[in-house]
Design a protein around this ligand. Sequence first.
Ligand SMILES: [Cu+2]
Length: 158
Amino acid sequence: MNRQSIVLAVALVALCLQTPAASDVFAQAGGARPALPKVIAYKDPSCGCCGLWVEHMKRAGFAVTAVNTPDMTSVRREYGVPTPLQSCHTAVVDGFVVEGHVPADDVKRMLRERPKVVGLAVSGMPLGSPGMEQGNNKQPYKVLTFDQAGKTAVFSER
Ligand SMILES: [Cu+2]
């Protein structure tokens, strides 16, 4: 290595080391919070309540890409959604799977807490869940976590 390339290497290392510190300062200065991760929502093109759930997620601040597919069975299989938990749409966000009409607040909590699960699900389509609003009709429902073995646990009760 000649002198010039050593200087260049040192400068590059210094630059790399500097980057996290600089962004810390930015965060401390009240800079923008990191944006919410992107959501990809798979749904049947004819599913109206799926579109309403996508709108619910957008209102909560998520950037959502809706992907229309007539074959939701394959999507659920691909992302490991247990059959008893199935609903009308399947979304993927930051490595987690979100099945059905899960409230955005629960998705945000999962992203903060990062439980060791595949994702969250609201099975069926309970009335009153996000995207399934119908006046004042509200069916109580549970948001469940599920793991690779299909084991579930209650994440929240709504
Ligand atoms: Cu639905």
